[in-house]
Ligand binder design. Structure first.
Ligand code: HEC
Length: 148
């Protein structure tokens, strides 16, 4: 019993200590309006609802994103997500990168994105099959445009 108490005390102390480790992933300054991706309103609404937390400069940080070790996970998601694809600076990408990303969107929207563990806590970001189809078709149509 006593060992258990000591163990618990260490655990609590450890959890408190790691709160000191802060990983800062600040929201970058709002991009110029012309840099943001343009899409039909319905697609835009989906992107904003389900992708913008990780793929834009407009991340809404939930309260628990300040609590370690959850903060490590959440912040690395956003940092990584933005590195791959940032809809806020879309028009700074060259055509080659845009093409690659349209392909990536069409592919990842089937199941990979938004990430399942994110959807688990963000029910509002869940997409219906129709919504996934809409995004997919939009990305494919953009691809065809790029090719001409
Ligand atoms: C919880 C954060 C998060 C959300 C929300 C999210 N993504 Fe991602 N996304 C990531 C991360 C992290 C990566 C980096 C690569 C990886 O982990 O697979 C990524 C990578 C990507 C890539 C490039 C990689 C590839 O497979 O081609 C595309 C495209 C993408 N996401 C599209 C989307 C779209 C579209 C949405 C919304 C429907 C979305 N993501 C929502 C975190 C997120």
């Amino acid at each position: 019993m006593k060992t258990l108490k000591i163990l618990l005390a260490w655990l609590v102390a450890g959890l408190l200590l790691i709160q000191l480790i802060r990983i800062e992933v600040p929201n970058p300054p709002k991009a110029k309006p012309g840099d943001e991706i343009q899409a039909p309103p319905k697609v835009m609404a989906i992107l904003k609802r389900s992708c913008y937390d990780c793929h834009s400069n407009h991340t809404e940080w939930p309260w628990y994103s300040d609590i370690a070790p959850i903060s490590f996970e959440v912040r690395s998601h956003v940092k990584n997500g933005r590195n791959w694809l940032n809809f806020s600076i879309w028009n700074q990408y060259d055509e080659e990168k845009k093409e690659k990303l349209y392909k990536g969107i069409a592919k990842s929207i089937d199941w990979k994105m938004p990430p399942p563990d994110y959807l688990w806590v963000h029910k509002e970001a869940r997409l219906s099959p129709e919504e996934r189809k809409l995004v997919k078709e939009w990305a494919m149509s953009q691809l065809q445009k790029e090719e001409h």
